[in-house]
Design a binder for this molecule. Structure first.
Ligand code: ZN
Length: 111
């Protein structure tokens, strides 16, 4: 009996393709209404999902998808998102194999 867990999918607001949450970055609004990266996807309220990829950030910006997805009144300042992607994102390096840094691939027996 194979019980495949259902992977919730989200749509990237940049390229509009669907991907599992784990592959996308959640964006949310701060209390003061500024766009921010919700790395742990724990912030309350409305969120938008995007690939951690500068291409998708640029696409979303062009389409004004941030404002639409997050119900913002004015044009968003996407600098925090771009900075984050610059530092942590995949930025055109999808072909590169990630180095085995023992990050989260623990096969724990806890439960
Ligand atoms: Zn995308």
């Amino acid at each position: 009996m194979v019980n495949t867990p259902h992977v919730p999918e989200r749509t990237c607001i940049g390229c509009r393709s669907k991907a599992p949450r784990a592959q996308l970055l959640r964006l949310a609004l701060t209390d003061s209404g500024e766009l921010t990266v919700d790395v742990r996807a724990l912030m309350p309220g409305r969120g938008a999902w995007i690939h951690p990829d500068l291409d998708c950030v640029a696409l979303a910006e062009r389409r004004r998808a941030f404002g639409r997805a997050l119900r913002m009144s004015g044009p968003p300042d996407v600098a925090p998102v771009r900075d984050w992607v610059n530092l942590h994102g995949t930025a055109r390096s999808r072909a590169r194999t990630p180095s085995p840094v023992g990050d989260g691939t623990t096969d724990s027996k806890g439960g």
